[in-house]
Design a protein around this ligand. Sequence first.
Ligand SMILES: [Fe+2]
Length: 449
Amino acid sequence: MNELVSPVIGLSTALGAKYMSGFGNTFETEALPGALPVGRNSPQKVNYGLYAEQLSGSPFTAPQATNQRSWLYRIRASVRHTGRFERHDDGLIRTAPQRESALPIGPLRWGPTPIPSEKLTFVTGLRTMTTAGDCETHAGMAAHVALITESMVREHMFNADGEFLIVAQQNSLRFRTEFGTIEIEPGEVCVIPRGVIFRVELINGPARAYVCENYGGGFTLPDRGPIGANCLANARDFLAPVASYEDVDAPHTLIVKWGGELYSTQVPHSPIDVVAWHGNYYPYKYDLRRFSPVGAISFDHPDPSIFTVMTSPSETPGTANIDFVIFPERWAVAENTFRPPWYHRNIMSEFMGLVYGVYDAKPEGFVPGGMSLHNQMLPHGPDTDAFNHASNVELKPVKLTNTLAFMFETRFRQRVTKYAAELDSLQDNYIDCWTGLSKNFNPNRREPG
Ligand SMILES: [Fe+2]
């Protein structure tokens, strides 16, 4: 057994895994010297007796800017990491389209889902909260929460339905992937592209994470327009793993999510056997605390799109399949301005979570590990306390510290699953947080200035 051979290149991070820096770059990495063919992809014989194999993340003929593929040099062709498939228990994983809940429309909010004591892996612990669009047409998303109490052991999965964006919320996670190892802690995210084989291990105890499953085009960096070349999420802060492999001959299970259903197959060896790879289709991580926010420095509250970390574009320019948006630490300095997010109704639907801290529009009730859903065209905004405070507070510069909220925003309406609708943590009284917004109208009152 030659497990997790240390490569000679790469950046070190606090958790120990090694990475290469840059978003969307073409990388090359090898865990054994000379494992990568030079100047060609598929020589007649590959060094070390490896198999050459391409993984395509886009159609072969996709335009250059969106063409994604990697070449993997592995101990066995991945067709040998699958055998006959069987249907596998879907657990609480759901896929769009689904309409299994009869819950009426309305703004919804959930408290944190407790991490149970039962044994749950990333697969059995994945609970779908909402689905949107249609997986079969490569459009839409699902929002899940992952409650993980044990590592996957000799068990892996890949998702043919979409890519996973995992937002660590409580404790750290290690992703052993075909491409190498990625570790994330709360404040960081990991993206596992469609089709990439991985397993999830715990690092420092039971973990909770938010997961966005993106059925559409892969996440990419948003256009910045007049903002220019810098700030927001900078390309250099995205990290791809260096190659590392296992040569393990022992029974393994591979679980595949395909067409909204899980299947499994048994094989006598580990599929994490890629000794070298090159290309631009691979898993990666990003530390959300490196996001450089841009905001109002004079007056008014800008649209939340200025906080977009990554976007999954649709065929319609400016209309995202998903925007992944965060609300990080920042200064609030706008003058003569109602500083929290404004009241609004939105053609997009918004699934939010709180990694840590306090969210400025909902200082009560929206707590770390919790979730909210403000669906297409349904009104929402700051609660009564936030409105009263923000309407009367002295507007000196304020640092919003120790806070990290995020939003999965999609062009499609989000359908709540039966699991989400029946959770004990669903707050029946959420709508009441706005009932204190009294009528202040007075036709004779004009504000000074
Ligand atoms: Fe909103």
